[in-house]
Design a protein around this ligand. Structure first.
Ligand code: SF4
Length: 194
């Protein structure tokens, strides 16, 4: 008979860690928590960004790897991709944007509701990249305002995740009146966007 004491026992079940999202800063005491509306709204915006991928070439392929299981953009729990501009608030532009495509990109941006943010992924979207030619837009910021640029050709998925976290910071900390401010109106006027 074998000595069962020497046999390894069943593997103990690993408890899944419970991830509790960080609440907004504020004041708490016994039975109460107080904060301000802009902090609660900032937290909600940060954790409910819906990206619209505007992908035209190889950076779009890199985006697919970002979405798949290894890099798993879904770890944020808020990456509900939308191909409808009216249901998105983060425009992710990836790939070479031809000048002929620029009005389409601009139209998509204008159809998105405020507040909205723009992430430019890769050298082509940010600056035209290696395509310094008559037909390629030398950066999407010639036609729409950009919040975060992610460099690289193509950028690594970790870089894009870093860029998305920067957008999250912007969304969380943006003042509620920014979109009604003179500065924002001036910015849009520069792009002839009303
Ligand atoms: S930046 Fe590089 S990888 Fe991205 S679209 Fe341009 S050529 Fe392709």
């Amino acid at each position: 008979m074998s000595d069962r004491k020497d046999q390894p026992g069943p593997t103990p079940k690993r408890e899944k860690p419970i991830i509790v999202p960080e609440g907004p800063p504020g004041y708490s005491g016994t039975g109460f928590f107080a904060t301000s509306a802009d902090k609660v709204i900032g937290m909600a915006r940060k954790n409910s960004l819906w990206p619209l991928p505007f992908a035209t070439s190889c950076c779009g392929i890199e985006f697919m790897s970002l979405m798949s299981s290894h890099y798993d953009l879904a770890r944020f729990g808020m990456e509900r991709l939308s191909f409808s501009p009216r249901q998105s608030d983060l425009l992710m532009v990836m790939g070479t944007i031809a000048k002929k495509m620029a009005p389409v990109l601009r139209e998509v941006y204008m159809q998105m509701a405020e507040p909205k943010w723009v992430l430019s992924m890769g050298a082509c979207a940010s600056s035209g990249g290696i395509f310094d030619t008559y037909s390629v837009l030398q950066g999407i910021d010639r036609v729409i305002p950009v919040d975060v640029y992610v460099p690289g050709c193509p950028p690594r998925p970790e870089q894009v995740i870093d860029g998305i976290m920067m957008i999250q910071d912007l969304a969380q900390n943006e003042g509620l009146r920014r979109r009604y401010s003179k500065e924002y109106e001036d910015l849009l006027n520069q792009y002839k966007i009303n």
